[in-house]
Design a protein around this ligand. Structure first.
Ligand code: VGL
Ligand code: ZN
Length: 203
């Protein structure tokens, strides 16, 4: 791959795989696919969903609410999730078979108790930057290719925000899996396409 394209490996973590707290159907399947893919890139960024135990996105923090319901929060509608990716817990670890020794950065996100962050670039308030845009710009990166979990949440939000920061963005579909909550997968592809994100099968 040319040196101006980076690979973003989104949230390939124990909790999003089989047996995890928020398992994405067939999430594990992407691990060997991504290991092989990453060898084509000089610049690889891994993201890690990383929440405090009392995070606002956890249904457990909202008495009477259940996982997968939505609630209004100050920054907009929030899906309530099972407790997942609690910082430093085993479920928050990168998948044990993910092997990308040359990844330069692990970008954690979702650390603020009061704001979720599906995106690797911007928290759910749509204002607070993680700083990843600046890191990529400093490296001369002009395009990001995205893979990982989940297609319809963290991959989709990261891809659309990459466009917002002036990057080309391509989602490598066979290296992603979705949650698909109430049609969220189709909606995410529609939103990504509208934002100018390319949907590709291989690099
Ligand atoms: C994710 C739901 C909650 C994801 C993270 O990685 O797609 N989804 N937190
Ligand atoms: Zn999360």
């Amino acid at each position: 791959m040319d040196s101006r394209t980076a690979l973003l490996v989104i949230d390939v973590q124990t909790d999003f795989c089989a047996g995890g707290a928020l398992a994405v159907p067939n999430g594990d399947v992407v691990v060997p696919v991504i290991n092989a893919l990453a060898r084509h890139y000089q610049t690889v960024v891994i993201t890690q969903d990383w929440h405090p135990a009392d995070h606002v996105s956890f249904a457990s923090q909202h008495p009477g609410r259940s996982p997968f319901e939505t609630i209004p929060l100050v920054y907009g509608t929030q899906v309530l999730w099972p407790d997942h990716c609690v910082m430093d817990s085993p479920g928050a670890a990168l998948h044990r078979d993910l092997h990308i020794p040359h990844a330069a950065v692990i970008q954690r996100k979702g650390l603020n108790r009061l704001i979720d962050s599906y995106s690797a670039f911007l928290e759910a308030d749509r204002t607070t930057r993680t700083g990843l845009d600046g890191w990529l710009a400093a490296r001369g990166i002009e395009r990001v290719d995205l893979c990982g979990l989940a297609t319809d949440y963290c991959v989709a939000w990261s891809a659309q925000d990459a466009r917002r920061f002036g990057l080309e963005a391509r989602v490598i579909e066979p290296a992603c899996r979705g949650i698909d909550l109430d049609g969220s997968l189709a909606a995410a592809w529609q939103a990504m396409t509208a934002a100018g994100v390319a949907r590709i099968a291989a690099v």
